[in-house]
Design a protein around this ligand. Structure first.
Ligand SMILES: [Zn+2]
Ligand SMILES: [Zn+2]
Length: 258
């Protein structure tokens, strides 16, 4: 006998939890690098899969000590800093592919545990993790939200707080072509809804995402939170993707060599 729940969301959670359990029981982890059983990233393969990301400003991507956003770049993003743990290389892409499409909660646990030594120096005692939301329909399709899982695990491994539903993402997004840059920045923040909470406005909010490429989504979430009065917003991403134009939705064109 099981409770199907009144809400579709509860039903999805119920299914997702059992999918994780089933996957873990029937298919124990094996290393993404060498295939050996036991862990998703074995100790031998760790140095080639988890390569530390360089300290840089998330806006201009020039060097910046401790990942701080340059003062001159703060007009583009309200984020204090975006701490990235590792480079998003081909091995890392395989890890993330497995994470997103295999219902593997144990992989989130392993990634969060590995990330903590990188992140701990940047966390204050009153840090509260806030996952970057995706739309409800996307979560339903995938069965879970990977940022939410990561935020929960980061909070657990670091003994910090987590607020899972502070932000939600609207189903429809406004087409951005033709808008001015300032209009686009405003529209970015409008993609998100804020749910009222009793957190103090001075809480050290740390947005969590799996991969940061342009930083546009993290910046939009941060803008929404600062609009709501929060004064201390930074972000962490497990992986830092290769550089792309900030608002491009297209992959970069191959460079022509004559
Ligand atoms: Zn291995
Ligand atoms: Zn900069």
């Amino acid at each position: 006998m099981f409770d199907t729940g009144d809400h579709v969301h509860n039903a999805f959670s119920w299914i997702a939890t059992r999918m994780h359990f089933l996957a873990r029981t029937m298919f124990p982890p094996f290393c993404v690098g060498c295939g050996n059983p036991g862990q998703w990233i074995c100790e031998t393969c760790t140095p080639k899969i988890l390569i530390p990301a360089q300290e840089e400003c998330m806006v201009c991507r020039a060097y910046s000590s401790k990942f701080k956003t340059h003062v001159s770049c703060r007009a583009t993003s309200p984020l204090d800093r975006v701490v990235s743990c590792w480079k998003y290389n081909d091995h890392a892409k395989r890890v993330m592919h497995r994470f997103k499409y295999s219902y593997r909660y144990d992989l989130a646990q392993e990634l969060a545990k590995n990330a903590i030594p990188y992140l701990l120096p940047y966390l204050s005692r009153n840090t509260v993790f806030v996952p970057v939301p995706s739309t409800r329909s996307r979560d339903a399709k995938r069965g879970f939200n990977q940022s939410s899982m990561l935020a929960k695990e980061l909070a657990r491994w670091s003994s910090r707080g987590v607020v899972k539903n502070l932000l939600s993402r609207k189903e429809t997004t406004t087409h951005q072509a033709g808008s001015s840059r300032s209009e686009r920045l405003e529209l970015d923040a409008e993609q998100f809804n804020f749910t009222a909470c009793d957190l103090p406005k001075t809480a050290a909010l740390v947005l969590v995402d799996d991969v940061c490429t342009t930083g546009a989504t993290l910046s939009a979430c941060a803008r929404k939170l600062t609009e709501e009065g929060f004064t201390n917003v930074s972000a962490v991403a497990l992986f830092r993707g290769a550089q792309r134009s900030r608002f491009s939705t297209q992959p970069p064109l191959p460079r022509k060599i004559d």
